[in-house]
Write a protein that binds this ligand. Structure first.
Ligand code: DX5
Ligand code: ZN
Length: 221
């Protein structure tokens, strides 16, 4: 069965000085989830926000908070984000030697477990953890920054992931992150994604509701 469409604005492109307001604004504008990018200055060059900020924004929305951990040793952050009120906690395959254990740990805390792949990492690397995954997050830019250009080579990878997940009977959501905007949305959706992160394509626009609405229409085809 085809999944509903989820539009997840990334607060990386929001005004951090007024983060609570920025989150309420996209919530009221029709966002389905709030995408929360955590960077450690090591796995990726920038440092962004941690579990204390997740806790601070939690009262500002009832929508799911979708935490994307772009950090080394992500398993060390899982408990703190679970406590801070995250709903989805996603770790990168590239820095998770004991990936199955980490995903099961996230689930044991009552949270949805996500696994993410950089553009260069093959989908086959997660084939044997699909039984304990609620979200597969494919990066369509090299992680670290908002506002980058979509890497079109990833479109085939989305198709491959969709097929692999369907063949395995995996019910997880398939999320794409990076360069998703009005120019690329149709391509991403057609390839089989159902969950779309959009940073600059929402927070970079003057009218958040119009931006989310337009992305949703394009995703629906
Ligand atoms: C990039 C982050 C993304 C980023 C997407 O490393 O993981 O979530 O905010 O930004 P856009 O949608 O502008 O490419
Ligand atoms: Zn992200």
């Amino acid at each position: 069965m085809k999944k509903s469409i989820v539009i997840a604005p990334s607060i990386l492109s929001a005004d951090f000085a007024t983060l609570g307001e920025e989150i309420r604004a996209v919530d009221e504008a029709g966002a389905d989830w709030i995408h929360f990018d955590v960077m450690d200055g090591s796995f990726v060059p920038p440092i962004t926000i941690g579990d204390n900020v997740c806790k601070a924004i939690r009262p500002h929305t009832e929508k799911p908070i979708d935490v994307h951990l772009m950090v080394n040793h992500p398993e060390t952050q899982v408990e703190a984000f679970a406590r801070a009120g995250a709903d989805y906690i996603t770790v990168h395959q590239e820095v998770s030697p004991h990936l199955e254990r980490t995903l099961q740990f996230i689930r044991s805390l009552g949270k949805k477990a996500g696994v993410s792949l950089n553009p260069a990492t093959p989908v086959a690397t997660i084939q044997h953890v699909l039984h304990c995954v609620d979200l597969v997050l494919l990066m369509s830019v090299n992680p670290g920054y908002g506002g980058q250009k979509y890497i079109h080579a990833v479109t085939d990878k989305i198709r491959d992931a969709r097929k692999m997940m369907d063949d395995a009977g995996c019910e997880a959501r398939l999320e794409v992150d990076g360069g998703v905007n009005v120019a690329t949305m149709a391509e991403v959706a057609e390839a089989g994604a159902d969950t779309f992160v959009a940073g600059s394509a929402v927070y970079g626009k003057p009218d958040y509701a119009a931006a989310i609405g337009e992305l949703r229409d394009l995703a629906a085809g």
